[in-house]
Write a protein that binds this ligand. Structure first.
Ligand code: NAD
Length: 503
C-alpha cells in the first residue's frame, strides 16, 4: 500500500457506507478498486445493502432536523474547517485521485483545489442566503421571500471528478442546512471513502456525531435507484451520462421530487478566420487531451474556418505528437489511461465507424497497452451520427465551415448543450456567438477553452445535458425551498387585486 493511502485512512478492505463518525457499515457485495494505469487492485470495498441504506437515510433525515437549526454562518464555519482539512490532505488526496481515476497528478491537485475553493465559497455564502423584499400592493403589508433548508439531498457522482463534484453539491447543500447522502461511482469509491474520513474528523471536532454528510457506496442500479425512488429525499443531484440522467429523472419525477442533472456534453470550439492561433492551440490541446478526454467539458469538435484548416491541422498534429502518455503520477506525463477496458472499446468502436460515415482518422487512435490509447484527430464532413454522440475518450473531430453563421449552426445542432467557445478577435463574431442567436450552451466562452470552468459561475448545460446548475452564482437556490411571506401589520383586511368580498 502507498503511504498516502494509509494517511487517508484507506485500508486493504474498507466499508462503503457511513452515517456518522463511528457508524461505518458495508455488509453487501465486495468490489475491488482497480488502478486504471496498471490494472492492479488498489483495495477492496464492501458495498452497502438495503437495510444499511435505510439506516443511512434515516440518520440523514433525523440529523437534518438538528442541522437546519444551526445558524447558517455556523454551518459555514464547519465547512470552512472542512476546506482546511482538505488543504492539509491535499497532496495525499490528489495522489489518490490520480491513482484511482488515471488523471495526471497536476489535474488531481486541481480537482482537490476545486473542493477547497468551493468550501471557501460556501463559507462566504453561508452569510448571504438572501431573499428578496418586494413592495406589497396592499397598505400596511410586507411582502418578502425567504429560503429554508430543503432536507436530505441525494448526490450521485460520476467517476471523472470524484472529489470536486461532491464538493460542488455537498458543501453548498450543507451551508444551506441540508444533510447529504453521497453515492459515488463504483469505479472510484476510495476517493469518496477518503473524503468521508476527512469530513468525519471535522464533524467530530464540532460534536456532530450523526449523518450530516453520509456515504452510500453501491452500484447505480441498486443504491442509485433507491435514492432516486426514495420520497424521503426531496432533491437528487445526479452527475453522469445522459442515459443515467433519464432514469434518475423518471424515477424522481414519478414522486414529484426535484433534480439537478449534470449530464454529458458534446463541446465545440469555433476557430474563426480571425482567431489568434497562439491562444487557440494550447486551448484545444488542453480541452481535447486533458483528463484523457474524459471531462464532461472535454473538447470534442473543432469547427474551423476553411482558410485556417490546414494550418490548424499541421500545428495540432505537431502538438499531439509531443504529448507524453504514461503513468499519471509521473510529472512529465500529460495523458494517463482511460478509466477501464470498456472506455477503450467505446473509443475503438467510434473510430471503427469513422470511414463509413465519410470521415478520416488523420492522427492517432491506436490502443497502446492496457487502458492507454493514442488520442485521435478525425476529420468529418459535419455532425455525422458518430459526432452527435458523446464518446468519453480523446477523439477530436475537425469540421470545416465557410461562414460564421454556419459554424454557430453546427455548434448548436447536437443534442447536448454543455460548453462552447469561439476563438476570434472579431468583435461582431464574438458578440454574435454570445447573443441569444448564438451558442445554445450553458457555458459560452471567447478565447477560452471549453473545459476548466471556474467555481464562481453556475456550472451546467442545456438540452440533454440536463439543465442543472451547480457551484457558484445563485446555484445554491436549488438546495433550498423558497417561501413567500405576506405580513399584515395594519388593522384592515384588504384583498389583493382590489377584490371586494365584504358584501
Ligand atoms: P455513469 O452515468 O455511468 O455513472 C454516473 C453515476 O450514476 C455513477 O455513480 C453510477 O453508479 C450512477 N448510476 C448509473 N446508473 C444509475 C441509475 N440507473 N440510477 C441512479 N444512478 C445510476 O457516468 P460515468 O461513466 O461515471 O461518467 C461519465 C459521464 O458523466 C459522461 O457522460 C460525462 O459527460 C458525465 N459528466 C457530466 C458532468 C457535468 O457536470 N455535466 C460532470 C462529470 C461527468
Amino acid at each position: 500500500m502507498h503511504s498516502f493511502l494509509n494517511n487517508l485512512g484507506i485500508k486493504k478492505e474498507n466499508l462503503g457506507g457511513c452515517y456518522g463518525i463511528d457508524n461505518w457499515v458495508g455488509y453487501g457485495e465486495t468490489i475491488i478498486s482497480i488502478n486504471p494505469a496498471t490494472g492492479e487492485p488498489i483495495a477492496k470495498i464492501r458495498l452497502i445493502d438495503e437495510g444499511e441504506y435505510n439506516n443511512i437515510t434515516k440518520s440523514a433525515c433525523s440529523t437534518f432536523k438538528k442541522w437546519r437549526e444551526l445558524p447558517a454562518p455556523k454551518r459555514g464555519e464547519i465547512v470552512r474547517q472542512i476546506g482546511n482539512a482538505l488543504r492539509k490532505k491535499k497532496e495525499d488526496l490528489s495522489k489518490l485521485v490520480s491513482l484511482e481515476t488515471g488523471k495526471i497528478y497536476t489535474e488531481g491537485q486541481g480537482e482537490v483545489q476545486e473542493a477547497i475553493d468551493i468550501s471557501d465559497f460556501a463559507c462566504g455564502l453561508s452569510r448571504q442566503l438572501y431573499g428578496n423584499t418586494m413592495p406589497s400592493e396592499r397598505q400596511s403589508h410586507r411582502l418578502y421571500e425567504q429560503w429554508h433548508p430543503l432536507g436530505s439531498v441525494g448526490i450521485i457522482t460520476a467517476f471523472n471528478f470524484p472529489v470536486a463534484v461532491w464538493g460542488w453539491n455537498a458543501l453548498i447543500a450543507s451551508v444551506c442546512g441540508d444533510t447529504t447522502i453521497w453515492k459515488p461511482s463504483s469505479k472510484v469509491p476510495l476517493c469518496a471513502i477518503a473524503v468521508q474520513h476527512i469530513v468525519n474528523g471535522v464533524l467530530a471536532d464540532n460534536g456532530w456525531e450523526t449523518g450530516v454528510f453520509c456515504l452510500a457506496c453501491g452500484d447505480g442500479k441498486t443504491v442509485g435507484s433507491w435514492i432516486s425512488k426514495d420520497p424521503r429525499i426531496p432533491l437528487v443531484s445526479a452527475t453522469g451520462s445522459v442515459s443515467m440522467g433519464k432514469k434518475v429523472a423518471e424515477n424522481v419525477a414519478k414522486r414529484l421530487g426535484k433534480t439537478i442533472l449534470e449530464l454529458g456534453g458534446n463541446n465545440a470550439v469555433i476557430v474563426s478566420e480571425h482567431a489568434n492561433m497562439d491562444l487557440t492551440l494550447p486551448a484545444i490541446l488542453f480541452g481535447a487531451i486533458g483528463t484523457a478526454g474524459q471531462r464532461c467539458t472535454s473538447l470534442r469538435r473543432v469547427l474551423v474556418h476553411s482558410s485556417r484548416k490546414d494550418d490548424l491541422i499541421t500545428r495540432l498534429i505537431k502538438a499531439y505528437s509531443s504529448v507524453e502518455i504514461g503513468d499519471p503520477l509521473d510529472p512529465d506525463v500529460r495523458m494517463g489511461p482511460l478509466i477501464d477496458g470498456r472506455a477503450v472499446s467505446d473509443m475503438m468502436m467510434a473510430l471503427a465507424s469513422v470511414e463509413e460515415q465519410g470521415g478520416a482518422i488523420i492522427y492517432g487512435g491506436k490502443r497502446l497497452r492496457g487502458n492507454f490509447v493514442e488520442p485521435a484527430i478525425v476529420e468529418v464532413p459535419g455532425n455525422v451520427p458518430i459526432v452527435s454522440k458523446e464518446t468519453f475518450a480523446p477523439i477530436l473531430y475537425i469540421i470545416e465551415y465557410s461562414d460564421f453563421d454556419e459554424a454557430v449552426q453546427l455548434q448548436n445542432e447536437v443534442p447536448q448543450g454543455l460548453s462552447s467557445a469561439a476563438f476570434t478577435t472579431n468583435l461582431t463574431e464574438a458578440e454574435y456567438f454570445l447573443s441569444c442567436s448564438g451558442s445554445d450552451c450553458g457555458i459560452a466562452n471567447i478565447n477560452v477553452s471549453t473545459s476548466g470552468a471556474e467555481i464562481g459561475g453556475a456550472f451546467g448545460g442545456e438540452k440533454e445535458t440536463g439543465g442543472g446548475r451547480e457551484a457558484g452564482s445563485d446555484a445554491w437556490k436549488a438546495y433550498m425551498r423558497r417561501q413567500t411571506v405576506t405580513i399584515n401589520w395594519g388593522n384592515k383586511m384588504p384583498l389583493s387585486q382590489g377584490i371586494d368580498f365584504s358584501k
